[in-house]
Design a protein around this ligand. Structure first.
Ligand SMILES: Nc1ncnc2c1ncn2[C@@H]1O[C@H](COP(=O)(O)OP(=O)(O)OP(=O)(O)O)[C@@H](O)[C@H]1O
Ligand SMILES: [Mg+2]
Length: 342
């Protein structure tokens, strides 16, 4: 553990990738390497305390998975240090891994031709668990992930959700102090996702720490003690969900759909709306213009909206007024995903 009680600590962590392809012919010819260098993670500092759930959210390509892979010792940082329970994870990845349980999407983390239980027996041996604890531990993690009754079935016959749970069971085998979960609920039905969230919340009660990435803002809000918003490889905001919501300078958020006429100039319509509310997001689809508006306290939205719509040959089709959500924070502090921004 570090001086401030953090079980996971990243300091100034960066990762640069070379993108593009260098062919064998180019290598043989010793042609100059013209691959583009891309900084996927750019000086990230993060600390996760004991018993804390930290969420990592951000647009596609922001660098979340790359950060998780560096924490998991699967990828070496270009710069910076990663410490897991006081162990330097770059210098001693093997020792650091003993404190880690990792669930990474897309990783072939279960063997399809083995049963659920055989998978766990295999990994228990790989992790050097003492033979006398293996049987009881496997039963425990199967029970924790609701897989006990299907433990004798081949993993290839599992559904996506069951495979995801088996990955979690595997990650729990070593009773790790820190769990790293990269989008653990993606692909799960709403009930399974809720059950997994409950399980994750229970881990915190046992004093485990969890770092989780997700695109589900409601999930991040409900589950996480603190959330780091990451954009283009940098942590752009960090705080408890309530603190982050206070960053949006509005009491309420309105989601508005305006149906525009042929003579409407979208730009003028939106700037007229901008006179009494902050336009946080705008999407046009045919005749529909969808706006997310941040409303300063006391805004009398409806009459003003109707008046502006009438003036610009548009009708107000739908208005939902809600308290500020984490999604509003996300939209206001991040840019478009790296893939879209190019
Ligand atoms: N092995 C690699 N080689 C080259 N570039 C990579 C590699 N892995 C990731 N990248 C690039 O690094 C950037 C960050 O990717 P990363 O997977 O960390 O994003 P992410 O935040 O997890 O996105 P998503 O929400 O889509 O999962 C992207 O531009 C990606 O193309
Ligand atoms: Mg990712």
């Amino acid at each position: 553990m570090t001086g401030d009680g953090a079980v996971l600590a990243l300091s100034g962590v960066s990762k640069t990738f070379r993108q593009g392809r260098r062919t064998l012919a180019q290598r043989v010819r010793r042609a100059p390497d013209d691959r583009r260098e891309v900084c996927a993670v750019d000086g990230v500092d993060l600390r996760v305390g004991a018993g804390e759930i930290l969420g990592l959210v951000g647009p596609n390509g922001a660098g979340k998975s790359t950060t998780v892979r560096m924490m998991a010792t699967l990828l070496e940082p270009t710069r910076g240090t990663v410490e897991v329970c006081g162990v330097d994870a770059v210098a001693e990845p093997g020792r650091a891994r003993r404190h880690l349980g990792v669930v990474i999407g897309g990783e072939r983390s279960v063997y399809w031709k083995l049963t659920g239980r055989e998978n766990l027996e295999y990994f228990a041996a790989l992790y050097h668990l003492p033979p006398r604890v293996i049987g009881a531990r496997i039963d425990q993690v199967l029970r924790d992930t609701d897989l006990l009754d299907r433990a004798g079935d081949y993993a290839e016959r599992y559904s996506t959700g069951m495979r995801q749970r088996l990955s979690l069971a595997r990650a729990l085998l070593q009773e790790p102090a820190v769990l790293l979960l990269d989008e653990p609920t993606s692909g799960l039905d709403p009930r399974s996702a809720a059950q997994l969230r409950e399980r994750i919340a229970r881990l915190r009660e046992d004093g485990r720490s969890v770092l989780i990435t997700t695109h589900n803002m409601e999930e991040a809000d409900r589950l996480c003690d603190r959330i780091a918003v990451i954009d283009r490889g940098r942590v752009v905001r960090l705080g408890a969900p309530a603190e982050l919501k206070r960053l949006v300078e509005a009491d309420q958020v309105a989601r508005v759909r305006l149906r525009v006429g042929r003579s409407t100039a979208d730009g003028e319509l939106v700037s007229a709306v901008g006179a009494f509310a902050t336009v946080a997001d705008k999407r046009a689809d045919g005749a529909d213009v969808d706006l997310v508006l941040h409303l300063p306290p006391g805004t009398d939205l409806l009459p003003r909206l109707v008046e502006v719509a009438q003036r610009h040959d548009a009708v107000v089709h739908k208005v939902d007024i809600e308290p500020v959500t984490l999604q509003d924070v996300f939209l206001s502090v991040t840019g478009p995903g790296a893939e879209r921004a190019g």
